[in-house]
Ligand binder design. Structure first.
Ligand code: IVH
Length: 680
């Protein structure tokens, strides 16, 4: 049976759509279509190929998934060995590296380097023959690795076909798991009681080494190329940077943070720049890699032992360290949730000393089986709270039967702060103190939340002060804050006159905040900053919100039955109504001021883009602005609100300065999106 030309054409269109979506998502970090549409395309293609098997081919995106489980991985000898890198831990090490390079090259002037992130994943090599992906392997010992072709094929970031590729090309790079996919994986594992991974690298390694490719496919791995292995019949470009551009042009994902710099000063500036980006990157990195840019120079520098002389890895302080659990404390949160916290022998992680790490909840402690005396991995990734990522069971001290140490953890039955019974509701992971705001710990947390930056933003009202205010019964509810006077504040311990004046001024300044902030500040369970904005936008006034019944609440986008029930219950509580009434008298919020929360945070704002931004393409920057309701104009005028300027910004930059328009660099621009509301 011959296949209709329309069908052949449809199959081609679907394959292109799917691979283009992969490319946009992984290589450009600029998703083109929603997941649901992607899945629809894939299903349609699967159906067509099932009906017309002659249309199926090894490089169809349907072939990424579903290969049969293996018994073991075959061994592969690499065509060219996969090397490791020497490490630099200080500026001195970098200076010494650069000196060695210049000496070996007999170079007087400064050397040009291609610089890029050091991905914290697993090295792999991919083999393309006639532009088709034919398989790949792990690094192994550098000479021999494992054939993980089926699992690599399931990684959507890896193109199955390369346009205009040479007859043979080995691509070297790193398989890793994005932080968001790692979080999702662990969340699901928690729900179903499966193994929890300590960090994205372990999760990536565990997934790539799955003998069942179907499991690997579900784990959503990512790939970045950082070099090549063997290549046949191709004149290579002159520099590493150009080589990366060439790989990118074939739709292989390469680091958007790559640059070319000169000399040690350039290397150190990049180290700083990348370090500042580190916490915000979607993946873990453990350093920066510096490579002599000219490939001819790389060749003449050659190798020592297993590492190249032309490259080095400059490491950041580790995000993980080992330490010992000295105790497990219980903290009582704003909603009464009891959180177990590991008290640790202090240890430097990611450049700061860590003495406490969250253990999340009772089930989590049990699952990880963290006990006092254990040696644990402490992890501090990005800005998140340090956590105990895993226990080294082999280091657990032998149990002393007479001591309560090393016992499995158990939640206390009464609140450690107020002695009230602890309850754990069906279906909830948190155990809670049942005493509500009568529990001083909950009261303190509620006040801290009320004063926090994204809520009423009362600068200077930290935990030490709140402790005193509550313990001395000066403040019971947020409304009492507005009744404080200078004398009483100045009477607190360690409170100088000037700080007392500042605090009072901060309290006064927090009056008349927009409704959205106020609603968030109330600390209604399940109402985060975004939901608070949605509610403020929808109802306009506090009264309208308080009067809303479940049905009215469910009409707010993204508000579901759980959130609606929580809001209704909150406003039914007479204590809460009293506090709100007192806050009204204090003029704590401003009704109807909804312009901050219209549609997007950049609604009504006009941007002009100029120059080359360090990580975003112009389309990406434009998409982000438009997604938040902003507009992008081609030229600077009095109507322009912001100019986003990158390298080589020219006349637009000058014009913006002339007209006194705010100029943002990329990082200030990206900040706009993290603030969650428009800066005034
Ligand atoms: S280049 C000949 N570039 O680091 C040089 N390696 O310690 C070979 N890695 O096994 C490596 N990011 O897994 C290079 N941008 C990068 C890298 C990178 C991570 C890993 C790679 C390698 C290890 C060497």
């Amino acid at each position: 049976m011959s296949v209709l030309p329309e069908l052949t054409e449809r199959v081609r269109v679907l394959r292109d759509l799917i691979e283009d979506a992969n490319y946009r998502y992984y290589a450009l970090d600029d998703p083109a279509i929603p997941d649901a549409e992607y899945d629809r395309h894939l299903r349609e293609l699967q159906d067509l190929e099932a009906a017309y098997p002659e249309m199926c081919s090894a490089d169809s995106p349907t072939q990424r998934v579903g290969a049969a489980p293996l018994k073991a991985f075959a061994q592969v000898v690499h065509a060219l060995p996969m090397l490791s890198l020497g490490n630099a831990f200080s500026q001195g090490d970098v200076v010494a590296f650069d000196r060695r390079v210049r000496a070996a090259l007999e170079r007087e002037g400064e050397v040009e380097y291609a610089v890029e992130p050091k991905f914290d994943g697993l090295a792999v090599t991919l083999r393309y023959e006639q532009g088709r992906f034919v398989g790949g392997a792990t690094r192994g010992d550098g000479t021999t690795g494992e054939d993980v072709s089926a699992n690599l094929r399931s990684i959507r970031a890896i193109p199955l076909r390369l346009e205009a590729a040479p007859p043979l090309l080995e691509v070297r790079g790193e398989v890793l798991m994005l932080r968001r996919d790692f979080d999702k994986l662990n969340e699901r594992a928690r729900e179903s009681g499966e193994k929890i991974f300590a960090n994205p690298r372990n999760a990536a390694a565990g997934s790539l080494r799955q003998l069942d490719p179907r499991i690997s496919a579900r784990r959503r791995l990512h790939f970045f190329a950082y070099g090549i292995g063997r290549v046949e019949f191709l004149a290579l470009p002159e520099t590493h940077a150009a080589l990366m551009d060439w790989l990118a042009s074939m739709h292989l994902p390469v680091a958007a943070q790559r640059r070319v710099v000169t000399g040690v000063a350039g290397l150190m500036a990049y180290f700083e720049e990348l370090g500042a980006m580190r916490a915000g990157l979607p993946f873990d990195i453990d350093g920066a890699v510096y490579k002599v840019n000219a490939l001819a120079d790389q060749e003449s520098l050659g190798f020592v032992a297993r590492a190249p002389r032309f490259a080095i890895a400059h490491k950041y302080p580790a995000q993980e360290e080992l330490t010992v659990v000295e105790g497990i404390d219980i903290q009582v949160g704003r909603t009464g949730a009891l959180t177990p916290v590991a008290r640790l022998k202090p240890v430097f992680v990611g450049g700061v000393s860590v003495a406490n790490a969250t253990l999340h909840n009772e089930d989590e402690v049990r699952r990880r089986d963290v006990r006092v005396g254990d040696t644990v991995i402490v992890r501090r990734a990005g800005d998140v709270i340090p956590e105990v990522a895993g226990v080294l069971l082999e280091r657990r001290p032998l149990r002393d039967l007479a001591s309560p140490l090393h016992e499995p953890f158990a939640m206390p039955r009464t609140c450690p702060e107020c002695g009230a019974p602890v309850l754990r509701l069906e279906g909830e992971s948190a155990a809670r103190c049942s005493n509500g705001l009568a529990c001083p710990a909950q009261r303190k947390q509620a006040l801290l939340h009320f004063a926090s930056r994204r809520a009423m933003d009362i600068e200077g009202l930290g935990d030490k002060l709140v402790d005193q205010l509550v313990d001395r019964k000066l403040v019971q509810t947020p409304a009492d804050l507005y009744a404080l006077d200078l004398e009483r504040i100045a009477g607190l311990e360690r409170m100088a006159q000037k700080s007392a004046e500042n605090l009072l001024a901060a309290i006064v300044a927090s009056r008349r905040r927009p409704l959205a902030r106020f609603v968030f500040a109330l600390g209604i369970r399940h109402v985060g900053a975004q939901t608070a904005k949605d509610l403020a936008r929808h109802f306009g006034t506090q009264d309208a919100l308080m009067q809303a019944d479940t049905e009215a609440l469910l009409r707010v986008p993204d508000v579901g039955p759980v959130v609606a029930a929580s809001i209704v219950a909150f406003f039914q509580e007479s204590h809460n109504r009293d506090v709100i009434e007192a806050l009204r008298r204090a003029e704590a919020w401003l009704d109807g001021e909804v312009q901050l929360v219209k549609r997007g945070i950049l609604e009504g704002k006009t941007f002009v883009l100029t120059g080359t931004l360090p990580t975003l393409t112009r389309d990406q920057a434009k998409a982000r602005i438009e997604a938040e309701g902003g507009k992008v104009a081609g030229s600077v005028s009095a109507k322009t609100d912001f100019v986003v300027a990158g390298l080589l910004a020219g006349t637009k930059f000058a014009k913006a300065e002339q007209l006194n328009i705010r100029i943002l660099d990329e990082s200030a621009f990206l900040q706009l999106f993290h603030q969650g509301e428009f800066p005034q």
